[in-house]
Design a binder for this molecule. Structure first.
Ligand SMILES: *[C@@H]1O[C@H](CO)[C@@H](O)[C@H](O)[C@H]1NC(C)=O
Ligand SMILES: *[C@@H]1O[C@H](CO)[C@@H](O)[C@H](O)[C@H]1NC(C)=O
Ligand SMILES: *[C@@H]1O[C@H](CO)[C@@H](O)[C@H](O)[C@H]1NC(C)=O
Ligand SMILES: *[C@@H]1O[C@H](CO)[C@@H](O)[C@H](O)[C@H]1NC(C)=O
Ligand SMILES: *[C@@H]1O[C@H](CO)[C@@H](O)[C@H](O)[C@H]1NC(C)=O
Ligand SMILES: *[C@@H]1O[C@H](CO)[C@@H](O)[C@H](O)[C@H]1NC(C)=O
Ligand SMILES: *[C@@H]1O[C@H](CO)[C@@H](O)[C@H](O)[C@H]1NC(C)=O
Ligand SMILES: *[C@@H]1O[C@H](CO)[C@@H](O)[C@H](O)[C@H]1NC(C)=O
Ligand SMILES: *[C@@H]1O[C@H](CO)[C@@H](O)[C@H](O)[C@H]1NC(C)=O
Length: 870
């Protein structure tokens, strides 16, 4: 076997490692001593500090007197964690990441809680399971030690309550190791199994003799005798961290007169499948006469590990595994004298480790650094901000959202510190949260200026600074982003600065004329109203409204202008729960104006930003916002006039003309196109969130446009109640997945769109009576599909005047959209393409289009390109 590291006797490089008191790479924490206290251990001279600065939680305790004195002073006190499922210590070694550390957690129960019940709990190193703490007795301390290459500047030791007693800890020690030591960490971390100091009768050996503070335990085997020397054992200048001279100066050798030839050392695996690394250290302690020779071979479980080898006088040689040893339940190390040897074998010291794969990657370090600095800047101690911010996912910090897509770099994308009692300026570290998309700092006591770096966060989509004592002005770059619609920006009016307004009328200003109440439009309630605006019925004469062809530059109107536009509100064309819709004209373009009946003072900035988004999204299949008015008492929205009202009316109102199959497909294509644009043409994507037939409006040419888009970020869907409060009678469009997961994705829209398609195809409501109960339209269709007769599915009012393949295809697309698993639903690109195929097939049948010439381009309905190409 070639498992040994060569012995190179570079005698010229012999150095003596003196005992020294260099603790620069140490963190030594005695848990449970009062905050701020420190002491120097009288045996080791190691300086211990209180754990209070490394963790926010915990109760301090002392072991019962009957267990004193503890083997080490650090074991006398402890910190226990009756609160919280998980509690983490955070160590920040000065050298930071990329170095190897020996990390040791120590536990001694000492019946501190008088319960006399040994607790059992899990210990984690960062996000990774390290081991389960199992104690044998109140008096026996347990150490968990690991050699770990840290990939983060932060090392977390976490205790998890697993319901079998309150976690506690007595001490935590971290030691910086040389970067060339223990190259076996290339395979993973090394979980310490044993540091055996053979032949020592003088007790535990650690710092200072061992500059790395390994805990060597005196180990003696039956049928052996001890050898020792008072001379110093030197070590080669070695890549391996050799045991200190005090450990090497003792050894064992066989004593049994019947077998002087063999030393046997045995151990068992700790957990099934453990992979061991073995380090063996030898030095000759006796001066051998000329005619004597000590030579031996070393076998591990019968396989040659190393040899033949003769230990060198007072010089340490080490053999170590260069890769994990073969797995076995028990291990026997046999050291056999060779035939030429006149003396029995010896061994001085041994290190055993098991491989521990710590596979979870922590949060991207730069992001973690920012959060830790925020935590300390604002003295945040009441939140569950412990351990790694993002990992494991069940312990993500409160108010933080993470993107786990890239397994090697988990990034922070969301930070909500709303109402967290923050004092002081906006932390400059936020500049380093480069992937953040939502930052909510509202309702704190933040002061100082609004920093410019906020505008350099290129993924920032939502920024809320409201309810602070910040000083304006808001950086121009932020306002620009907000006006361009890429940022939903909220702040207090007072700090807007003078970058403001194009307001033309005095009614736009408040009485003392200081503050300009600018574009800010309405309230969250207002937004709710908008949904109803579009649902309100438009039954009106055709005019020269031309959809996106509206050439109206101005977007902000005063109340008096609105009065003119609507001819003093004399033509009521609809009424919703939140206000009245009037017909009006801007020039000779017809518009619809919704005046909001009551306005609250909340959400103005949110809506302002949202209105800016909407004003900037243009697509032929999306209704256009024309403008708005926002005055103290009078708020209104102006939007494109849609002569034929909403799709629902045309499907269900028996008095309206029946939409034929081709028109239905065309409306489906139009709506799909609008939605596809929101999902794939807008950056960031806009999730509509409220796709339903009532939100599909038709203009005078029956071109369909989606209404009410872009509002999802302003007010949340309330599952169960939203539909019934806002729009009575149209349940069934919301993805049931959304209601359980509460995460909004494009696939939620796809589901709703699928329901729309089913309604269009069947002409039925979303809940259909079937036998004795109401079932969802998707269930109903799938029942009918299994009957195999398209006649039973398609709206009978179409009178079977449709291409059967086109109909099957449309049903298939719709059913894909409503798949239970969001991942299995198609994207809107795919839906749009499939629907265009359906339309093409139908048109080929009717001869309205040269079907065989195919080419999707010819189907671009009006032959116009999107006004805003992607
Ligand atoms: C606990 O006791 C068992 C059996 O007595 C022993 O095998 C084991 O090594 C002990 N564990 C510790 C951590 O002392
Ligand atoms: C070395 O051996 C001698 C005799 O066996 C013993 O008295 C002494 O205590 C030993 N020293 C150590 C450090 O074990
Ligand atoms: C070591 O020596 C003992 C006794 O001499 C022998 O029984 C055993 O087989 C040897 N082991 C190996 C691995 O050679
Ligand atoms: C024993 O020693 C002799 C002479 O030094 C040498 O020739 C022989 O190869 C050695 N045998 C072994 C097994 O090492
Ligand atoms: C931080 O908060 C803790 C408790 O909430 C308090 O004891 C401590 O004084 C605060 N420190 C600072 C610097 O505000
Ligand atoms: C950690 O990152 C590495 C790549 O750096 C990746 O291969 C591994 O899967 C990640 N681990 C986990 C648990 O995601
Ligand atoms: C932030 O949290 C508060 C409640 O603590 C909540 O009202 C607010 O909507 C959250 N902000 C964002 C952007 O999610
Ligand atoms: C941002 O990160 C860089 C490198 O990680 C660091 O040098 C800089 O100090 C950080 N900036 C702030 C404001 O924390
Ligand atoms: C807010 O900050 C100011 C100083 O900037 C301080 O005087 C005041 O006490 C703080 N208010 C609260 C509630 O912390």
């Amino acid at each position: 076997m070639k498992m040994f590291k060569g012995i190179s006797l570079l005698l010229t490089l012999i150095v003596f490692v003196e005992a020294q008191n260099d603790q620069s790479g140490f963190i030594s924490i005695d848990c449970g001593i009062p905050r701020g206290s420190t002491y120097s251990d009288r045996y080791t001279d190691i300086n211990y500090v209180s754990d209070a600065d490394f963790i926010d939680s915990g109760e301090i305790h002392t072991i019962l007197q009957e267990y004193e004195p503890a083997p080490d002073k650090q074991l006398t006190t402890l910190t226990s964690f009756p609160e919280n499922h998980r509690n983490c210590y955070t160590l920040r070694p000065t050298k930071g990441k990329g170095y190897k550390y020996l990390i040791r957690a120590r536990f001694m129960y000492g019946n501190y809680d008088l319960k006399g019940r040994l607790p059992e709990f899990d210990v984690y190193l960062g996000p990774d399971y390290w081991d389960t703490l199992k104690l044998n007795s109140s008096a026996t301390p347990v150490n968990m030690e690991i050699i770990h290459m840290s990939l983060s500047d932060y090392i977390h030791v976490c205790l998890l309550n697993t319901g079998r007693g309150t976690p506690f800890i007595s001490a935590i020690e971290l030691r910086l190791l040389g970067s060339n030591m223990y190259t076996q960490t290339d395979f993973g971390s090394l979980y310490v199994y044993k540091y055996a100091d053979f032949g020592d009768s003088s007790g535990k050996m650690r710092f200072k003799p061992d500059q790395y503070d390994r805990l060597w335990s005196p180990t003696n085997l039956p049928n052996t005798i001890l050898l020792n020397t008072s001379n110093k054992i030197s070590s080669q200048l070695s890549r391996i961290a050799l045991p200190p001279s005090r450990v090497m100066s003792t050894a064992i050798t066989p004593a049994d007169p019947t077998d002087l030839d063999t030393l046997n050392i045995e151990w068992n695996e700790r957990n099934h499948g453990d992979k061991f690394f073995v380090f063996l250290h030898f030095a000759e302690l006796e001066t051998l006469p000329r005619n004597q020779k000590r030579e031996f071979n070393i076998y591990l479980n019968g396989n040659l590990f190393s040899g033949p080898f003769s230990p060198v006088f007072q010089l340490t040689n080490t053999f170590s595994s260069t890769k994990p040893e073969l797995v076995a339940p028990t291990y026997t190390l046999t050291i056999n004298k060779t035939t030429n040897s006149t003396l029995p074998p010896i061994i001085n010291a041994m290190e055993l480790y098991t491989l521990k794969q710590l596979t979870q990657n922590q949060t991207y370090d730069q992001d973690a650094v920012v959060l830790w600095s925020i935590k300390s800047t604002y003295n945040i101690s009441t939140k569950n901000w412990q351990g790694d911010p993002c990992i494991p996912q069940e312990f993500v910090w409160d108010g933080i959202g993470c993107n786990h897509d890239d397994k090697s770099f988990t990034r922070i994308t969301f930070l909500n510190l709303s109402t967290s009692g923050l004092n002081g300026e906006i932390a400059s570290g936020i500049a380093n949260l480069t992937m953040i998309d939502t930052l909510d700092l509202s309702n704190n006591n933040l002061s100082g200026t609004v920093p410019n770096f906020l505008s350099e966060l290129s993924f920032l989509k939502v920024l809320n600074l409201k309810g602070n004592r910040l000083i304006g002005p808001v950086p121009e770059a932020l306002l620009t982003k907000s006006n361009q619609g890429s940022l939903l920006l909220s702040f207090d009016d007072e700090i807007r600065g003078d970058a403001a307004s194009s307001c033309e009328s005095n009614t736009c200003k408040n009485k003392n004329n200081k503050k300009v109440i600018v574009p800010a439009l309405a309230t969250v309630a207002v937004i709710v109203m908008i949904s109803t605006v579009f649902i309100a019925v438009w039954i009106f004469k055709k005019q020269n409204a031309r959809g996106t062809g509206l050439h109206i530059r101005k977007q902000q109107y005063t109340y008096s202008e609105i009065q003119r536009i609507t001819n003093n509100f004399n033509d009521v064309i609809g009424k919703g729960g939140f206000g009245i819709v009037y017909r009006g004209h801007i020039g000779d373009t017809q518009v619809a104006v919704k005046m909001l009946s009551e306005s609250s003072n909340q959400g103005e900035k949110e809506f302002q930003a949202e209105a800016n988004v909407l004003l900037n999204v243009h697509h032929k299949n999306l209704t256009s916002f024309v403008g708005y008015c926002n005055e103290e008492k009078q708020k209104g929205i102006i939007y494109e006039y849609m002569a034929n009202g909403n799709l629902e009316r045309h499907l269900f109102d028996r008095s309206s003309t029946i939409l034929d199959w081709e028109k239905r497909l065309q409306i489906g294509c139009d709506a799909a196109h609008g939605l596809e644009y929101l999902h794939h043409g807008c950056k960031p994507p806009i999730i509509h969130r409220d796709i339903k037939c009532a939100n599909i409006l038709l203009n005078e040419k029956f071109q369909a446009k989606l209404a009410d888009f872009g509002l999802s970020r302003v007010f949340p869907i309330e599952c169960g109640t939203h539909i019934s409060t806002v729009v009575a009678g149209t349940p069934g469009y919301i993805d049931p997945n959304y209601c359980t997961s509460h995460t909004l994705t494009e696939k939620n829209d796809v589901y709703s769109f699928g329901v729309v398609l089913l309604v269009i195809i069947t002409g039925k409501p979303t809940a259909i009576r079937y036998e004795d109960e109401y079932i969802h339209i998707s269930e109903w269709v799938s029942l009918k599909v299994s009957e195999g007769n398209m006649k039973n599915i398609v709206d009978p009012r179409i009178l079977e005047d449709y291409d059967i393949n086109s109909a099957w295809k449309a049903v298939e697309v719709a059913m894909e959209c409503v798949a239970d698993t969001p991942n299995r639903r198609p994207t809107m690109n795919k839906v749009l393409m499939d629907l265009k195929d359906c339309l093409e097939t139908e048109r080929a049948r009717k001869g309205t289009e040269p079907g065989n010439l195919s080419g999707r381009v010819s189907l671009n309905l009006e032959g116009v390109y999107d006004p805003n190409p992607r």
